[in-house]
Design a protein around this ligand. Sequence first.
Ligand SMILES: *[C@@H]1O[C@H](CO)[C@@H](O)[C@H](O)[C@H]1NC(C)=O
Ligand SMILES: *[C@@H]1O[C@H](CO)[C@@H](O)[C@H](O)[C@H]1NC(C)=O
Length: 182
Amino acid sequence: MQLKYYLLPLLSFASPLTATPVATPEKATLESRSAAGCFEITQFRNSGSPHSISATVSFDLVDRSKNLAASCRAILSIQPSIVTTEFPTYCNDTSVAFGFQYKPPFPGYWLSIAHIYNNNNTVDTGSIWAGRDIRRYDNPSGNPNGDFDYLNYPADFKVAYNRHVQQLPISTLAAAAPNPTS
Ligand SMILES: *[C@@H]1O[C@H](CO)[C@@H](O)[C@H](O)[C@H]1NC(C)=O
Ligand SMILES: *[C@@H]1O[C@H](CO)[C@@H](O)[C@H](O)[C@H]1NC(C)=O
């Protein structure tokens, strides 16, 4: 909060674009609030496949409040058999993206999900820690090529999200709009 008091007077000198009404801290152009929403995840899995070096992380996602249904997947065709994928990895509906990452300083897997809409100005985003309980499936045939690793985590769960609504200042919108005379 205090930072804004120092920054705003500086910015008003920095550029003629900000010479238009200077936002007070109460009327800041960036708004953030929590929302009681959640992504409902079903059919989650992160595992290798029998007789294959490829592994898959996949899940289906719905947000009933937004009439949103997406299917998300990333495939890795090298070892190790638990899949990590950088955020943003896009789902079949490209307004939804996810990441599944391992961050050794805080050991375990993180699933992060974001849904961007409203002309890219609203983002619902949430993440969960999926632990690090990696197990090995022993193929009953006894053929070791049938064995694979998997992350022991529920198939169905919810990821609560926060909502951030970005309201761009008028000057920025004007600068971004195409010039009709050019
Ligand atoms: C994405 O997958 C979901 C779940 O299978 C489906 O309901 C939805 O229609 C798909 N969306 C697109 C854009 O293909
Ligand atoms: C949202 O951003 C993406 C990626 O930059 C872009 O392809 C898309 O056209 C944007 N959508 C809108 C409605 O501005």
